[in-house]
Design a protein. Sequence first.
Length: 273
Amino acid sequence: MPKRWSKKWSGQLSNSDTPTLALMSAMQEELSCILERLQATPVQVGSRTYWQAQWMGQPVVAVLSRIGKVAAATTASCLIEHFGATQLVFSGVAGSLDDRVQVGDVVIASELMQHDMDASPLFPKYQIPLTQKSLFTTNELLTQELKSAAVQCQQEIGSNMQTQGMWDLLGLANKKIGLHEGLILSGDQFISSAKKSEALKLSLPQALAVEMECAAVAQVCDDYGVPFAAFRIISDKANDTAHLDFEKFIQTVAAPFGAHVIEAFISNRAGSR
């Protein structure tokens, strides 16, 4: 039974030398694959269960943010305020907005934007009111660490999928996992029509992928001055077939792949200490 927390996190799992890392995912399948690798203690705050652990000497708090910008933002705020998180990393799936970015590829966020923010004419389209910002840049060091971990896992995961015949099962014969870095969009819509996808591509042609949480988390982290990084595994093409690809892909590929990248990320940190 999770312990219910009623006061600010006291930092028992942290120390002065190692920052507390928060790991966020929006879907249960993604989080479960991470929790399988931890001996974690659950703590209940509001409607969320936060999982505290030491992972290879790294103080960690893992949580299911749930889906959407508000859910992700409230979760990120709690991680910082209650648990003293000093770094946040978000992993999950996304739809592709670029023909070069294929299902099964990894996109590391360098910038994030809320594509459904529009307070015009009071403020320019996409700009967060009163901030003069539309783009939020991820932390350079964290992003590089995530990228290195993804590169490590790229060939191993691809080979395993090929050997098990999973790529064929998913209609991705001879798939080679691509790695991309750039702009990811967030909005409170599951983009599942070619019409919506094409509209986003037309208005924001530099965008590589679209999802529903990370730009909101980036805004919270910017407010608090907390480093943030994110990566997404492409589950669909954000078009009329998105709902058909999504569930099968997340269970078979995205959740275990994402957890493997996070594990490599933590392992690399442990090795550098």
